[in-house]
Design a binder for this molecule. Structure first.
Ligand code: CP
Length: 307
């Protein structure tokens, strides 16, 4: 396993199975309260060029809880980008103000580009429809917390699998363990071919289906629901064709089986009815809250405050 110290976290594809286990185990230690003050004297910048609630605020909370300082851009219109400054110049400048850069950007590859412009660690907080690796780490931690393992699970991923970066990263990660994946989406929003090819190359079992009803026959352990990513559609009419195509209700849970766990990276629009929130099956708010110890662990590892 490569050391995390000084390392950028750009894509799950850059990670080994040992790396994933290291982050999950460190998150367990952080959540237990065994590790404190490991960001003392460190400064983290959060540069968000796309909207966020969970990722930005949980990163900021993670820094403060670990003894560090944090500042950032939440609204790019209030930054010098609105005066025409290039992304590259913003990165070159801000990387001199901090020890770690956390970046969300609508352009795929933006975090990779930033990591090549600076010597400090860059953490990808979501780049377009490509990857969202820190979401995947908290998803893995939540799965381990619920099931006690990361393998031998049957996981359905449902919704916008074409544009949903969380499911792209998560499919890459779950493929490193022995799991079976079921992709539930309208034909126009299927998992991209390059990810399916990676699964084929790794002999990972998966299938594509369109009907949520069919998922009821598959004995899933987890249903990972995603929002249709309205902002990524070039044509609003194409969005209208698929908006609201799936909705998880109490009836859905009954059909999927009483032990099913429902996850969602959030935000949700209407794809999970609020009546599901109070069922023991719903773990999506626990999942969101696990963003804090997960991001504490990641920041501790890349700064060398944790080993
Ligand atoms: N899951 C997630 O990335 O949420 P935000 O867009 O609110 O950060």
């Amino acid at each position: 396993m490569a050391s995390f110290r000084g390392r950028s976290i750009v894509s799950i594809r850059d990670m080994s199975q040992d790396d994933l286990i290291k982050v999950v185990c460190t998150t367990e230690d952080v959540k237990r309260g065994d590790l404190t003050g490991f960001l003392n004297g460190k400064t983290v910048a959060t540069l968000f060029f796309e909207p966020s609630t969970r990722t930005r605020l949980s990163f900021e909370s993670a820094v403060l809880k670990s003894g560090g300082s944090v500042f950032g851009i939440a609204n790019p219109k209030a930054s010098s980008q609105s005066k025409g400054e290039s992304f590259a110049d913003s990165i070159r400048t801000v990387s001199g103000y901090c020890d770690v850069l956390v970046i969300r950007h609508p352009v795929e590859g933006a975090a990779r580009m930033a990591s090549e412009l600076t010597s400090i660690p860059v953490i990808n907080a979501g780049d377009g429809a490509n990857q969202h690796p820190t979401q995947t780490f908290l998803d893995l931690f939540t799965i381990k917390e619920s099931f006690g393992r990361l393998d031998n699970l049957k996981i359905g991923m449902m919704g916008d699998l074409k544009y949903g970066r969380t499911v792209h990263s998560l499919a890459n990660a779950l493929a490193m363990f022995s799991n079976e994946l079921v992709f539930i989406s309208p034909p126009s929003l299927q998992m991209p071919g390059h990810i399916l090819k990676e699964l084929d190359d790794g002999n990972i079992r998966y299938r594509n289906i369109a009907d949520l009803e069919e998922a009821g026959t598959l004995d899933l352990d987890i249903l990972y629901v995603t929002r249709i990513q309205k902002e990524r559609f070039g044509d609003p009419l194409e969005y209208k064709k698929v908006a609201g195509v799936y909705r998880v209700t109490q009836e859905t849970i009954d059909a999927l089986g009483k032990d099913i766990r429902v996850m969602h990276p959030l935000p949700r629009v209407d794809e999970i009815a609020e009546e599901v929130d109070t069922l023991p099956n719903a773990i999506y708010f626990t999942q969101a809250h696990n963003g804090i110890p997960t991001r504490q662990a990641l920041l501790g590892l890349v700064t060398g405050g944790l080993e």
